[in-house]
Design a protein around this ligand. Structure first.
Ligand SMILES: O=C(O)CCC(=O)C(=O)O
Ligand SMILES: [Fe+2]
Length: 346
Protein backbone atom coordinates (compact mmCIF):
# COMPACT_ATOMS: atom_id res chain seq x y z
CA UNK A 1 0.00 0.00 0.00
CA UNK A 2 1.17 3.47 -0.84
CA UNK A 3 1.57 5.89 2.08
CA UNK A 4 -0.53 9.06 1.78
CA UNK A 5 1.28 12.09 0.35
CA UNK A 6 2.60 14.32 3.16
CA UNK A 7 1.09 17.81 3.18
CA UNK A 8 4.54 19.43 3.27
CA UNK A 9 8.13 18.57 2.33
CA UNK A 10 9.30 20.23 5.57
CA UNK A 11 9.70 18.34 8.85
CA UNK A 12 7.80 21.06 10.74
CA UNK A 13 4.89 20.61 8.30
CA UNK A 14 4.80 24.29 7.32
CA UNK A 15 2.77 25.29 4.28
CA UNK A 16 4.64 25.28 1.02
CA UNK A 17 4.24 27.03 -2.32
CA UNK A 18 4.50 24.56 -5.13
CA UNK A 19 5.16 25.02 -8.81
CA UNK A 20 1.94 25.66 -10.66
CA UNK A 21 2.02 23.12 -13.48
CA UNK A 22 -0.55 22.34 -16.17
CA UNK A 23 -2.44 19.07 -15.88
CA UNK A 24 -2.76 17.44 -19.29
CA UNK A 25 -5.27 14.68 -19.87
CA UNK A 26 -3.60 11.83 -21.71
CA UNK A 27 -6.98 10.57 -22.97
CA UNK A 28 -7.78 13.89 -24.57
CA UNK A 29 -4.37 14.01 -26.24
CA UNK A 30 -4.91 10.47 -27.56
CA UNK A 31 -8.26 11.64 -28.95
CA UNK A 32 -6.50 14.67 -30.55
CA UNK A 33 -8.76 17.13 -28.72
CA UNK A 34 -7.52 20.46 -30.20
CA UNK A 35 -7.93 22.39 -26.94
CA UNK A 36 -5.92 19.85 -24.97
CA UNK A 37 -3.23 19.67 -27.66
CA UNK A 38 -2.93 23.48 -27.49
CA UNK A 39 -2.53 23.27 -23.69
CA UNK A 40 0.10 20.53 -24.08
CA UNK A 41 2.03 22.62 -26.58
CA UNK A 42 1.88 25.67 -24.36
CA UNK A 43 3.17 23.60 -21.38
CA UNK A 44 6.05 22.22 -23.44
CA UNK A 45 6.95 25.53 -25.07
CA UNK A 46 6.67 27.75 -22.00
CA UNK A 47 7.19 25.55 -18.96
CA UNK A 48 8.86 22.33 -20.06
CA UNK A 49 7.11 20.30 -17.34
CA UNK A 50 3.53 19.11 -16.91
CA UNK A 51 1.44 16.58 -15.02
CA UNK A 52 -0.06 13.86 -17.18
CA UNK A 53 -3.42 12.57 -15.98
CA UNK A 54 -3.40 8.79 -16.46
CA UNK A 55 -6.97 8.10 -15.32
CA UNK A 56 -8.51 7.38 -18.75
CA UNK A 57 -8.76 3.97 -20.39
CA UNK A 58 -6.30 5.11 -23.08
CA UNK A 59 -3.59 5.01 -20.39
CA UNK A 60 -4.10 1.27 -20.15
CA UNK A 61 -3.45 1.09 -16.40
CA UNK A 62 -0.01 2.75 -16.59
CA UNK A 63 -0.16 3.95 -12.97
CA UNK A 64 -0.94 0.42 -11.69
CA UNK A 65 1.87 -0.99 -13.84
CA UNK A 66 4.25 1.51 -12.23
CA UNK A 67 3.12 0.53 -8.72
CA UNK A 68 3.51 -3.20 -9.44
CA UNK A 69 6.99 -2.81 -10.90
CA UNK A 70 8.09 -0.45 -8.14
CA UNK A 71 7.01 -2.84 -5.40
CA UNK A 72 9.18 -5.59 -6.97
CA UNK A 73 12.17 -3.29 -7.26
CA UNK A 74 11.74 -1.74 -3.80
CA UNK A 75 12.14 -5.27 -2.40
CA UNK A 76 15.20 -5.82 -4.56
CA UNK A 77 16.81 -2.60 -3.25
CA UNK A 78 16.69 -4.15 0.26
CA UNK A 79 19.52 -6.52 -0.75
CA UNK A 80 23.05 -5.85 0.49
CA UNK A 81 25.06 -3.46 -1.69
CA UNK A 82 27.52 -6.24 -2.71
CA UNK A 83 24.60 -8.25 -4.12
CA UNK A 84 23.27 -5.26 -6.06
CA UNK A 85 26.74 -4.32 -7.27
CA UNK A 86 26.92 -7.62 -9.21
CA UNK A 87 24.57 -5.94 -11.67
CA UNK A 88 26.77 -2.87 -12.20
CA UNK A 89 27.84 -3.01 -15.86
CA UNK A 90 29.40 0.38 -16.36
CA UNK A 91 26.43 1.41 -18.49
CA UNK A 92 24.14 4.45 -18.24
CA UNK A 93 21.16 2.57 -19.69
CA UNK A 94 21.10 -0.77 -17.89
CA UNK A 95 22.18 -2.24 -14.57
CA UNK A 96 23.00 -0.86 -11.14
CA UNK A 97 24.38 2.58 -10.30
CA UNK A 98 25.67 2.87 -6.75
CA UNK A 99 25.06 5.73 -4.34
CA UNK A 100 27.38 8.69 -4.88
CA UNK A 101 28.47 7.92 -8.46
CA UNK A 102 27.50 11.44 -9.59
CA UNK A 103 28.01 14.92 -8.17
CA UNK A 104 25.30 15.95 -5.65
CA UNK A 105 23.28 19.17 -5.32
CA UNK A 106 25.79 20.85 -2.94
CA UNK A 107 29.34 21.87 -3.93
CA UNK A 108 31.78 18.96 -3.51
CA UNK A 109 29.01 16.54 -2.46
CA UNK A 110 28.07 13.25 -4.09
CA UNK A 111 24.55 12.19 -5.05
CA UNK A 112 22.13 10.40 -2.74
CA UNK A 113 20.49 7.78 -4.94
CA UNK A 114 20.96 4.26 -6.20
CA UNK A 115 19.52 3.26 -9.57
CA UNK A 116 18.54 0.04 -11.25
CA UNK A 117 18.09 0.63 -14.96
CA UNK A 118 16.27 -1.71 -17.28
CA UNK A 119 16.79 -1.26 -21.02
CA UNK A 120 14.07 -2.79 -23.23
CA UNK A 121 16.59 -5.14 -24.88
CA UNK A 122 17.96 -6.26 -21.56
CA UNK A 123 14.99 -7.97 -19.94
CA UNK A 124 15.41 -11.42 -21.49
CA UNK A 125 17.13 -14.02 -19.30
CA UNK A 126 19.40 -14.74 -22.25
CA UNK A 127 20.94 -11.22 -22.17
CA UNK A 128 24.74 -11.30 -21.96
CA UNK A 129 24.61 -9.01 -18.95
CA UNK A 130 21.62 -10.35 -17.03
CA UNK A 131 19.21 -8.34 -14.94
CA UNK A 132 18.26 -9.40 -11.39
CA UNK A 133 15.61 -12.11 -10.94
CA UNK A 134 13.23 -9.36 -9.77
CA UNK A 135 13.30 -8.25 -13.43
CA UNK A 136 13.72 -11.52 -15.37
CA UNK A 137 11.11 -13.42 -13.30
CA UNK A 138 8.68 -10.59 -14.06
CA UNK A 139 9.77 -9.95 -17.62
CA UNK A 140 6.23 -9.66 -18.93
CA UNK A 141 5.25 -7.09 -16.33
CA UNK A 142 8.39 -5.02 -16.99
CA UNK A 143 8.00 -5.23 -20.77
CA UNK A 144 4.37 -4.21 -20.45
CA UNK A 145 5.28 -1.19 -18.30
CA UNK A 146 7.89 -0.17 -20.88
CA UNK A 147 5.56 -0.69 -23.85
CA UNK A 148 2.73 1.32 -22.35
CA UNK A 149 5.16 4.09 -21.31
CA UNK A 150 6.45 4.09 -24.88
CA UNK A 151 2.91 4.41 -26.21
CA UNK A 152 2.40 7.50 -24.01
CA UNK A 153 5.61 9.08 -25.28
CA UNK A 154 4.83 8.31 -28.93
CA UNK A 155 1.35 9.81 -28.56
CA UNK A 156 2.74 13.01 -27.01
CA UNK A 157 5.53 13.26 -29.60
CA UNK A 158 3.04 12.82 -32.40
CA UNK A 159 0.95 15.69 -30.97
CA UNK A 160 4.10 17.88 -30.98
CA UNK A 161 4.88 16.84 -34.57
CA UNK A 162 1.35 17.78 -35.69
CA UNK A 163 1.59 21.12 -33.91
CA UNK A 164 4.95 21.84 -35.54
CA UNK A 165 3.63 20.60 -38.91
CA UNK A 166 6.37 18.00 -39.30
CA UNK A 167 6.12 15.38 -42.00
CA UNK A 168 7.59 11.91 -42.54
CA UNK A 169 11.07 11.24 -41.17
CA UNK A 170 11.19 14.70 -39.54
CA UNK A 171 8.33 13.82 -37.15
CA UNK A 172 9.60 13.49 -33.58
CA UNK A 173 8.08 10.04 -33.03
CA UNK A 174 9.94 8.73 -36.07
CA UNK A 175 13.25 9.18 -34.25
CA UNK A 176 11.89 6.66 -31.73
CA UNK A 177 11.07 3.50 -33.68
CA UNK A 178 10.92 0.65 -31.12
CA UNK A 179 13.26 -1.52 -33.18
CA UNK A 180 15.95 1.14 -33.60
CA UNK A 181 18.79 0.90 -31.05
CA UNK A 182 18.65 3.82 -28.59
CA UNK A 183 19.57 4.75 -25.03
CA UNK A 184 15.92 4.61 -23.88
CA UNK A 185 15.69 3.10 -20.44
CA UNK A 186 13.44 2.45 -17.46
CA UNK A 187 15.10 3.64 -14.23
CA UNK A 188 14.21 2.78 -10.66
CA UNK A 189 15.73 5.20 -8.18
CA UNK A 190 16.04 4.75 -4.42
CA UNK A 191 17.13 7.69 -2.27
CA UNK A 192 18.00 6.08 1.07
CA UNK A 193 16.43 7.40 4.26
CA UNK A 194 18.39 10.41 5.53
CA UNK A 195 18.15 13.53 7.61
CA UNK A 196 16.93 16.68 5.89
CA UNK A 197 19.94 18.52 7.26
CA UNK A 198 22.55 16.26 5.70
CA UNK A 199 24.39 17.55 2.67
CA UNK A 200 26.57 14.52 1.75
CA UNK A 201 25.04 11.70 -0.29
CA UNK A 202 21.64 13.30 -0.56
CA UNK A 203 19.48 14.19 -3.53
CA UNK A 204 20.15 14.55 -7.22
CA UNK A 205 22.14 17.44 -8.66
CA UNK A 206 20.48 20.03 -10.90
CA UNK A 207 20.19 18.97 -14.54
CA UNK A 208 17.99 18.75 -17.58
CA UNK A 209 17.25 15.28 -18.93
CA UNK A 210 19.38 14.20 -21.90
CA UNK A 211 16.67 12.45 -23.89
CA UNK A 212 13.43 13.51 -25.54
CA UNK A 213 10.64 13.03 -23.01
CA UNK A 214 10.75 11.71 -19.47
CA UNK A 215 7.71 10.13 -17.84
CA UNK A 216 8.40 10.27 -14.11
CA UNK A 217 6.48 8.56 -11.34
CA UNK A 218 6.95 9.68 -7.72
CA UNK A 219 4.61 9.87 -4.73
CA UNK A 220 7.03 11.46 -2.27
CA UNK A 221 8.36 15.01 -2.05
CA UNK A 222 11.88 15.85 -3.14
CA UNK A 223 11.65 17.11 -6.73
CA UNK A 224 12.28 20.81 -7.31
CA UNK A 225 12.32 22.94 -10.46
CA UNK A 226 14.23 26.13 -11.20
CA UNK A 227 11.99 29.16 -11.80
CA UNK A 228 12.65 32.87 -12.22
CA UNK A 229 12.26 34.54 -8.81
CA UNK A 230 11.17 38.09 -7.99
CA UNK A 231 14.74 39.39 -7.66
CA UNK A 232 15.66 38.23 -11.16
CA UNK A 233 17.63 35.28 -9.77
CA UNK A 234 16.48 31.72 -10.30
CA UNK A 235 14.76 30.06 -7.33
CA UNK A 236 13.89 26.44 -6.55
CA UNK A 237 10.21 25.52 -6.29
CA UNK A 238 8.81 22.23 -5.02
CA UNK A 239 6.81 19.92 -7.27
CA UNK A 240 3.80 18.47 -5.45
CA UNK A 241 3.56 14.67 -5.78
CA UNK A 242 0.20 13.72 -7.29
CA UNK A 243 -0.69 10.00 -7.24
CA UNK A 244 -2.30 8.95 -10.51
CA UNK A 245 -0.39 11.58 -12.50
CA UNK A 246 2.99 11.20 -14.17
CA UNK A 247 5.33 14.18 -14.34
CA UNK A 248 6.58 14.71 -17.88
CA UNK A 249 9.46 16.87 -18.93
CA UNK A 250 11.07 17.83 -22.21
CA UNK A 251 14.70 16.68 -22.38
CA UNK A 252 17.63 18.25 -24.26
CA UNK A 253 17.24 16.00 -27.31
CA UNK A 254 13.64 17.04 -27.99
CA UNK A 255 14.46 20.67 -27.36
CA UNK A 256 17.36 20.49 -29.80
CA UNK A 257 15.29 18.55 -32.37
CA UNK A 258 12.61 21.24 -32.13
CA UNK A 259 15.22 23.96 -32.84
CA UNK A 260 14.69 25.19 -29.25
CA UNK A 261 10.92 25.73 -29.75
CA UNK A 262 10.21 23.34 -26.89
CA UNK A 263 11.76 24.10 -23.54
CA UNK A 264 13.41 22.04 -20.81
CA UNK A 265 13.30 22.83 -17.14
CA UNK A 266 16.25 22.55 -14.80
CA UNK A 267 15.35 20.26 -11.91
CA UNK A 268 16.91 18.49 -8.95
CA UNK A 269 16.02 16.39 -5.91
CA UNK A 270 16.68 17.41 -2.30
CA UNK A 271 15.85 15.60 0.95
CA UNK A 272 12.34 16.14 2.30
CA UNK A 273 10.34 15.15 5.39
CA UNK A 274 9.42 11.88 3.60
CA UNK A 275 13.05 10.81 3.70
CA UNK A 276 13.30 11.24 7.47
CA UNK A 277 10.68 8.46 7.62
CA UNK A 278 11.96 6.10 4.96
CA UNK A 279 13.53 5.73 1.54
CA UNK A 280 12.33 7.84 -1.35
CA UNK A 281 11.56 6.10 -4.64
CA UNK A 282 11.05 7.45 -8.12
CA UNK A 283 10.70 5.66 -11.43
CA UNK A 284 11.32 7.17 -14.84
CA UNK A 285 10.82 6.07 -18.41
CA UNK A 286 13.53 7.99 -20.22
CA UNK A 287 12.77 8.11 -23.95
CA UNK A 288 15.84 8.85 -26.05
CA UNK A 289 16.20 9.14 -29.83
CA UNK A 290 17.58 6.36 -32.02
CA UNK A 291 21.38 6.28 -32.12
CA UNK A 292 22.72 8.54 -34.84
CA UNK A 293 19.94 11.16 -34.61
CA UNK A 294 21.65 14.50 -35.20
CA UNK A 295 20.89 17.96 -33.83
CA UNK A 296 22.46 21.33 -33.05
CA UNK A 297 23.28 21.33 -29.31
CA UNK A 298 23.69 24.11 -26.72
CA UNK A 299 27.44 24.21 -27.43
CA UNK A 300 26.75 25.12 -31.08
CA UNK A 301 27.82 21.70 -32.37
CA UNK A 302 26.03 19.32 -34.71
CA UNK A 303 26.15 16.20 -32.60
CA UNK A 304 24.64 12.70 -32.51
CA UNK A 305 22.09 12.17 -29.74
CA UNK A 306 24.03 9.14 -28.41
CA UNK A 307 27.21 11.22 -28.23
CA UNK A 308 25.36 14.03 -26.41
CA UNK A 309 24.02 11.41 -23.99
CA UNK A 310 27.40 9.91 -23.17
CA UNK A 311 29.09 13.31 -22.78
CA UNK A 312 26.27 14.45 -20.51
CA UNK A 313 26.57 11.40 -18.24
CA UNK A 314 30.34 11.92 -18.03
CA UNK A 315 29.70 15.51 -16.93
CA UNK A 316 27.18 14.34 -14.32
CA UNK A 317 29.91 12.15 -12.82
CA UNK A 318 32.44 15.00 -13.00
CA UNK A 319 33.28 17.59 -10.35
CA UNK A 320 31.18 20.69 -9.80
CA UNK A 321 34.04 22.78 -11.21
CA UNK A 322 33.98 20.70 -14.41
CA UNK A 323 30.19 21.06 -14.60
CA UNK A 324 30.50 24.84 -14.51
CA UNK A 325 32.83 24.72 -17.53
CA UNK A 326 30.22 24.08 -20.24
CA UNK A 327 26.46 23.90 -20.90
CA UNK A 328 26.08 20.12 -20.85
CA UNK A 329 24.60 19.63 -17.37
CA UNK A 330 21.64 21.94 -17.87
CA UNK A 331 21.50 21.90 -21.68
CA UNK A 332 21.96 25.64 -22.07
CA UNK A 333 18.87 26.46 -19.99
CA UNK A 334 20.85 28.59 -17.51
CA UNK A 335 22.59 31.89 -18.16
CA UNK A 336 26.31 32.01 -17.34
CA UNK A 337 25.81 33.54 -13.87
CA UNK A 338 23.32 30.84 -12.89
CA UNK A 339 25.30 28.01 -14.45
CA UNK A 340 28.50 28.95 -12.65
CA UNK A 341 26.92 29.60 -9.26
CA UNK A 342 28.43 27.59 -6.39
CA UNK A 343 25.63 25.90 -4.41
CA UNK A 344 26.72 25.85 -0.73
CA UNK A 345 23.43 24.57 0.73
CA UNK A 346 20.05 23.33 -0.45
O1 LIG B 1 13.88 11.31 -8.51
C1 LIG B 1 13.24 12.15 -9.13
O2 LIG B 1 12.12 12.53 -8.73
C2 LIG B 1 13.79 12.80 -10.37
C3 LIG B 1 14.95 12.08 -10.97
C4 LIG B 1 15.48 12.76 -12.19
O3 LIG B 1 15.29 13.92 -12.41
C5 LIG B 1 16.24 11.97 -13.18
O4 LIG B 1 16.58 10.81 -12.90
O5 LIG B 1 16.52 12.50 -14.27
FE1 LIG C 1 15.78 14.42 -14.44
Amino acid sequence: MMAPVLSSPYTDGRAVTTKDMKVISFSRIAEKDPREVARLLSAAENEGFFYLDLAGKESNGLWEKYMNCLSLMAQWFEKPTEEKAKFAYNSDTYGYKHLGAQAGPVENSKDGFETMRVAPTNIATSAAEPMPAAVTDNAELMADFINVSRFHVTTLLSAFSDAHELKGAARYENFHQDAAPSNSSLSFHRYPKCSTISTQNVGHNKHTDAGTLTVLFATQWGLQVQCPGKQGEEEWEWVRPMPGYAICNVGDSLRFLSSMKLRSIVHRVVPSADQEQGHRYSVGWFARPAHGTKFLDSEGRIIRSDEWFSQKFDVMRGTHAEQRGNTLLTGGMEDVAQRTKVEVSV
